[in-house]
Ligand binder design. Structure first.
Ligand code: KPL
Length: 308
């Protein structure tokens, strides 16, 4: 029995696996390919953890599963973990945007936790990353969860803190923080793609800043229409996170530079869809969604601004 399995060993998965292991939990990772049983994060340290592939997953029985895949790979990862016979007492969604926590809630009723991640991380390779910017992890739930899952929320946040990452369990207050992070991602991620720049462009370039402010404010208005009271002003929060993670390239820029699909459907498209469901419109988010889908094709594989 291991305490925690992290599924996915990209930028965020690497940081979280390492911090949980340094924080004293027994950790294993499930990745696309078998690794050298080592997780390395520049700016945090390195450690030995078993890195498995799905065909070996039935040999372990995790208490907690943390899904750190891309949002569009989550369903496949959930199905693989069910096939492996895992029966964890808590599962955690680390994905950006809307839809992933909802998916875990439907597959693992009463056991699904969500997380809001605001540190910047750059993928250097499988289970290798660079921590590029301070930030934190907030864990909590949206729909009521069983006591084992509540305990997992506390256990994970304490271990992350011991491992060097600021983290807190916010209990049932996750939803406003999740929407605040959605406002941040809806602003920073598409604008850094349009400007093909590190996150700091959002505070340093007046055009980028104006676009990002309009996006964050619009997402904030959609949250308000849903009756969600954001804990901070969404525009100030987007600028604060852009400043703190200024050296980082957003996950969307990293995805395009690696020739991969982005998570724009779960971020700006999800905001625009939510607005329409309420008889509103979200033209900035809609435009950002279409623009990023276009640029996904035309910029695929372009050298990342973080490599220059
Ligand atoms: O979540 C991020 C992302 O890039 O997806 C931020 C916090 C904006 C860091 O880059």
């Amino acid at each position: 029995m291991v305490d925690v399995v992290i599924v996915g060993c990209g930028a965020v998965g690497s940081v979280v696996s390492l911090a949980l292991s340094l924080g004293g939990l027994s950790v294993a990772v499930v990745a696309r390919s078998r690794g050298g049983d080592k997780v390395y994060v520049e700016g945090l340290g390195e450690t030995h953890v078993p890195v498995l592939v799905w065909s070996e997953a039935a040999s372990i029985s995790p208490r907690i599963v943390v899904y750190a895949t891309k949002a569009y790979d989550l369903l496949g990862a959930v199905e693989s973990s069910l096939r492996a016979g895992w029966g964890p007492s808590a599962v955690v969604s680390l994905q950006n945007g809307l839809g992933s926590l909802e998916l875990l809630e439907s597959r693992f009723p009463g056991r699904a936790l969500g997380a809001v991640v605001t540190f910047g991380a750059t993928r250097l390779g499988p289970c290798r990353a660079r921590l590029a910017g301070r930030g934190e992890v907030l864990l909590g739930w949206r729909r009521d969860v069983v006591s084992d899952a509540r305990e997992a929320c506390g256990l994970l946040s304490e271990a992350l803190r011991r491992g060097g990452i600021s983290a807190h369990c916010v209990g049932d207050e996750l939803e406003p923080w999740r929407w605040l992070k959605l406002a941040v991602n809806s602003a920073i991620n598409p604008v850094t793609v349009l400007a093909w720049s590190r996150n700091r462009v959002v505070v340093e370039d007046p055009f980028a800043r104006e676009l990002a402010e309009a996006l964050a404010a619009e997402t904030g208005r959609v949250a308000e229409a849903k009756g969600i009271r954001l804990p901070r002003d969404p525009v100030e929060e987007a600028l604060r996170v852009a400043r703190l993670t200024g050296d980082n390239c957003s996950s969307m820029v990293q995805d395009i530079a690696m020739g991969r699909r982005t998570e724009i459907d779960y971020i700006c498209k999800a905001v625009a869809d939510e607005a329409w469901r309420r008889g509103l419109s979200a033209p900035h988010n809609w435009f950002a969604y279409r623009a990023v889908r276009l640029l996904e094709k035309w910029l695929a594989g372009k050298k990342s601004p973080c490599e220059t």
